[in-house]
Design a binder for this molecule. Structure first.
Ligand code: A2P
Length: 294
């Protein structure tokens, strides 16, 4: 499995299991299946309301806690310095762990950017105290990063953003690279291009002919080709699945390689059109959703 060394020296498996929209009742089984398949990195979030089930899946799998890289996210309603210290306590308790490997801010909150900065300073304190092994952000664009970096001490280890062949955000990838921040792809196989309820005029990237042709030529699936594209370009990716067959399929990506020409033909699919929420548009009602203590 490909490992990536973060900018603070901590190693993280590049490929992880995502659990966005995994119903709580299916999450423990998905995490257990992934760990039995060989995954050693799980990405969740307070706002997914399934951290407890991630912890349960980890324990059920029998895999050593120390061998698994756990990543989770602080939700906006917990932004602020003290609030973020407390958000760690909530997440650690739900996950059933003492230390979290990577704790990141779920997104910039442009209607309360001061609190976003204070939340990041809370992450810095958690890092200094050894409660987390690395800290980072999600859905930050270049201007959010610039402001954060000018006002805080520690460069984020990771920026997790919407990134699949139809929306690759080369500008954000470049900003991350300039600062030594690892770009991590959410919806790496483009789930956001076909999830119900996210807009009608989207095209499903799993059905992109260019990707289908590459996959057919290699005897692989489109999802595997996209994951290989991420890994070969140095990114982390966290494909979501609750289906054991697809969980295994998404991990069977270490026995083939894409050529430079194939990588470039996938790069050329970028439409520049976002499918998920615009990080600059505050969503007050959603932002204020309370993360329960238990
Ligand atoms: P399921 O959980 O039923 O497998 P992303 O992580 O890019 O957002 O993609 C997640 C979506 O893609 C989910 O709807 C998931 O459904 C589906 N999915 C996951 N792996 C595969 C795969 N290998 N082939 C097709 N669809 C997949």
């Amino acid at each position: 499995m490909t490992g990536i060394v973060l900018n603070n020296g901590v190693s993280m498996p590049a490929l992880g299991l995502g659990v966005f929209q995994s119903p709580p009742e299916e999450t423990a089984a998905a995490v257990e299946a992934a760990l039995r398949t060989g995954y050693r990195h799980i990405d969740t979030a307070a706002m997914y309301f399934n951290e407890r089930q991630v912890g349960e899946g980890l324990r059920r799998s029998g895999v050593d806690r120390a061998d698994v890289f756990l990543e989770t996210k602080v939700w906006v309603s917990d932004y602020g310095y003290e609030e973020t210290l407390h958000a760690f306590d909530k997440a650690a308790r739900k996950l059933g762990v003492d230390q979290i490997d990577l704790l990141i801010l779920h997104q910039p909150a442009t209607d309360r950017f001061e609190k976003t900065i204070a939340a990041y300073q809370g992450l810095e304190k958690l890092l200094a105290d050894g409660k987390v092994r690395a800290i980072g952000v999600s859905n930050f664009m270049r201007h959010h990063l610039d402001e954060l970096l000018s006002r805080t001490e520690i460069v984020p280890a990771v920026n997790q953003i919407e990134l699949h062949p139809y929306f690759a955000q080369p500008d954000v990838q470049k900003a991350d690279a300039e600062h030594g921040i690892l770009t991590q792809a959410w919806s790496p196989i483009g789930g956001i291009t076909f999830y119900p309820g996210w807009g009608e005029d989207r095209r499903n990237v799993l059905e992109a002919p260019v990707i289908g042709e590459i996959a057919a030529g290699l005897g692989k699936t489109p999802a595997q080709v996209m994951l290989r594209w991420h890994l070969q370009q140095g990114r982390s990716a966290i494909p979501k699945s609750t289906n054991p067959g697809r969980i295994a399929e998404n991990f069977a990506v270490f026995d083939f390689e894409l050529t430079e020409a194939q990588l470039a033909s996938i790069d050329a699919l970028d439409t520049g059109v976002r499918n998920g929420p615009d990080p600059d548009v505050p969503r007050a009602e959603r932002f204020n959703t309370v993360i329960p203590e238990e």
